[in-house]
Design a protein around this ligand. Structure first.
Ligand SMILES: NC(=O)c1ccc[n+]([C@@H]2O[C@H](COP(=O)([O-])OP(=O)(O)OC[C@H]3O[C@@H](n4cnc5c(N)ncnc54)[C@H](OP(=O)(O)O)[C@@H]3O)[C@@H](O)[C@H]2O)c1
Length: 228
């Protein structure tokens, strides 16, 4: 199973052969899929990622791989509400690679969901084992709560609003971004979202760490906060 043509990769840690490099990170990484015209979230019912990626198997494989590398996965309540049945396990997004994920790390990193309002469905299947953090927390407090449970390598899977808060606080170390070969378009009041939402991030610099290709999908990995 190897989806990727590796065009560039500066990582030097223990490689995962099926990825062609070391997918692990230190601290907080985020993972998103975005269309070529910058759309990450659609306003339609249901989870946007699979639509934006065009159902890319390579993207799903990578999502599972990054989950398996993580101690904990963090999402915002908006992302939970949009995906009524998702579990955020490594093997739930790409079951075929279960054995590989188990070799690399955890099949079921602990899920944390943040909700200022507390208005989430307590019967959501992801909350059977997942942890719901309610009340308005600063981005630092969110990470401290997760760190207090002993988790160090954190994967944030969005959405745009939560990611933007973390980025504005300078708390994101790396960005895994799948560029999906689709155009969705945007218009005033459409409810669609770009990768970041609601904050001025002031032109934060990013540095490319790796670039992969699978067909017309590109898989970019950036370090945050260091110029090119
Ligand atoms: N393309 C992709 O890769 C991708 C990835 C993830 C999500 N998505 C899509 O993105 C959309 C959801 O994104 P979104 O930006 O609307 O929502 P979001 O970031 O997932 O969630 C926002 C919510 O999280 C809670 N929250 C955020 N910061 C908080 C803080 N500091 N303290 C406490 N709670 C906090 C709040 O919950 P309350 O509202 O409960 O107060 C807030 O309204 C969905 O359509 C989803 O499918 C796409």
């Amino acid at each position: 199973m190897n989806f990727f043509e590796v065009l560039f990769d500066e990582t030097s840690g223990a490689p995962v052969a099926e990825y062609g490099g070391d997918p692990r990170w230190s601290g907080v990484a985020v993972n998103f899929v975005e269309s070529v015209d910058g759309v990450v979230a659609l306003a339609t019912e249901g989870e946007s990622g699979a639509v934006v990626s065009g159902g890319s198997r390579a993207d799903h494989f990578l999502m599972g791989l990054l989950r398996s590398c993580a101690d904990a996965v963090l999402i915002g309540a908006g992302t939970l509400r949009a995906a009524q049945r998702d579990l955020w396990f490594a093997d739930s997004i790409f079951p075929e690679a279960r054995d590989l994920y188990a070799r690399v790390g955890r099949l079921r990193p602990r899920l944390y969901v943040v909700s200022g309002s507390g208005q989430v469905d307590p019967a959501h299947p992801a909350l059977r084992d997942g942890v719901l953090l309610t009340g308005k927390l600063s981005p630092r407090e969110i990470l401290e709560r997760i760190g207090a449970d002993g988790h160090q390598r954190i994967l944030c899977e969005g959405g745009p609003r939560l990611f933007t808060e973390l980025a504005a606080a300078g708390l994101v170390d790396e960005i895994f971004l799948t560029l999906s070969p689709h155009l969705f378009g945007r218009f005033a009041g459409d409810g669609r979202k770009a990768l970041t939402d609601g904050r001025d991030l002031g032109g934060q610099p990013l540095r490319l760490r790796s670039l992969r290709r699978s067909g017309s999908h590109l898989f970019l990995r950036y370090a945050v906060g260091s110029a090119s």
